[in-house]
Ligand binder design. Structure first.
Ligand code: NAD
Length: 369
């Protein structure tokens, strides 16, 4: 039996709705595999602003730091949407990433054959797509200084700065190479080395690090070419690793391959132990979906699949993670869909809570076999 502390941060909008379904699954894994999960619910985002005046309190950050993992719903909504407000819901995510030292964002994209008809791309292009984008989270143009605006005789001017250190590049590249070792052993390193000095340093370090991984095939791609190949030949990718800005854009592009925001989980990871586990934050890629809140329309699968990533990357429970992923695939294969993915004529449309229960039942059934 293993014991784990998990911080639960449902957040706002559909966050708590999809979270409830993820908890069904988490409780079943705990019971069926005889683990003990100590769960502590915390307020983040708009819910925290309403209660405490800030999006993330020190107490919540301390709880997260003391945990093995943080499960996160989504934050934000029209109520807190004033762009000039000094307190904003997304400060919770940024504060947790920083406070927990989470520098690597992993976004797996696996296209279930049953979902081919729901994607904007053709079946023959999508077939075999199973990739992970690894994005650097804490450096680059989002954080480089100077970052400012001014006006002179030639009009309005602005500057942003891309700055990266060797160490920052090395640690994210190693996440990519290690991950590739546990998968199909191919890394696509993405940069803009024909133009940017930071990218030339990236490529130099990627080449040096690749020598420690002779079993992993390396491909270097310019970011513009990568954007094109993701749509033309997505099945050729295994692990894509890249810096913050390029990763931000490529992860959103890659997420469209799977058909819906409601299907995709993500993991934000920090330093790893020798066995590959470590503290992480797990969340669906979607937001709080104010347009469908409270109607039972939210797809809980991205949140449930985030539980699978947590089991794998923070708790080291690979069989349990696979049990969740297989259960989701079986429910989809049986034709069940929430409204956002109910494109095909064969679909049986279900609510948020019915979808959660269906996945839960599959986990239970598989374990009892
Ligand atoms: P969104 O992801 O919330 O919604 C975009 C569209 O996708 C909407 O039509 C929504 O109904 C649909 N959708 C999203 N998740 C779904 C799900 N699980 N099932 C079914 N349909 C789903 O993005 P948005 O509308 O740009 O943002 C709404 C709010 O969420 C904003 O306040 C934004 O700041 C916040 N947001 C938060 C996060 C986060 O917490 N990580 C991420 C993105 C947006």
């Amino acid at each position: 039996m293993a014991f784990f502390n998990i911080a639960l941060a449902p957040g706002d909008g559909i966050g708590p709705e999809v979270f409830e379904e993820a908890l069904k699954v988490l409780h079943s894994i705990e019971r069926l595999y005889s683990h003990e999960f100590s769960l502590k619910e915390v307020l983040v985002g708009g819910a925290s602003i309403d209660e405490t005046g800030v999006a993330l309190t020190d107490e919540v950050l301390d709880t997260a730091i003391a945990s093995n993992a943080v499960l996160f719903g989504a934050v934000g909504g029209p109520k807190w949407d004033n762009p000039s407000a000094s307190v904003r819901p997304e400060q919770a995510i940024l504060g947790l990433r920083k406070g927990l030292g989470l520098f690597a964002n992993l976004r797996p994209v696996r296209v279930n054959p049953i979902m081919f008809e729901d994607s904007a791309l053709k079946r023959e292009v999508l077939e075999g797509t199973d990739l992970v984008v690894v994005r650097e989270l804490t450096g680059g143009v989002y954080f480089g200084r100077p970052q400012k605006r001014w006006t002179n005789s030639r009009g309005r001017q602005a500057v942003d700065t891309v700055r990266y250190s060797e160490k920052e590049f090395e640690r994210i590249l190693r996440v990519g190479f290690e991950l590739a070792r546990s998968r199909r052993k191919k890394v696509t390193s993405v940069d803009k080395a024909n133009i940017l000095e930071t990218s030339r340093l990236w490529r130099e370090i990627a080449t040096e690090i690749s020598e420690d991984y002779p079993d992993v095939e390396v491909e270097h791609l310019l970011v513009d070419a990568c954007a094109m190949h993701l749509i033309r030949r997505p099945a050729d990718f295994d692990v894509i690793v890249t810096e913050n800005l390029f990763g931000d854009i490529l992860t959103d592009e890659a997420s469209m391959l799977a058909g819906s925001m409601g299907m995709l989980p993500s993991a934000s990871l920090g330093r790893r132990r020798k066995n590959g586990t470590g503290l992480g934050l797990y969340e669906p890629i979607h937001g709080t979906a104010p347009d469908i809140v409270g109607q039972g329309l939210a797809n809980p699968l991205a949140m449930i699949l985030s539980v699978a990533l947590m089991l794998r990357y923070s708790l080291g429970l690979e069989s349990e993670a696979e049990a969740v992923e297989v259960a989701v695939e079986k429910v989809i294969a049986d034709g069940y869909r929430t409204a956002d993915i109910a494109g095909g004529v064969q679909s049986k449309v279900v609510s948020t809570s019915q979808m959660g229960s269906l996945v839960d039942e599959k986990i239970e059934l598989a374990r009892k076999k």
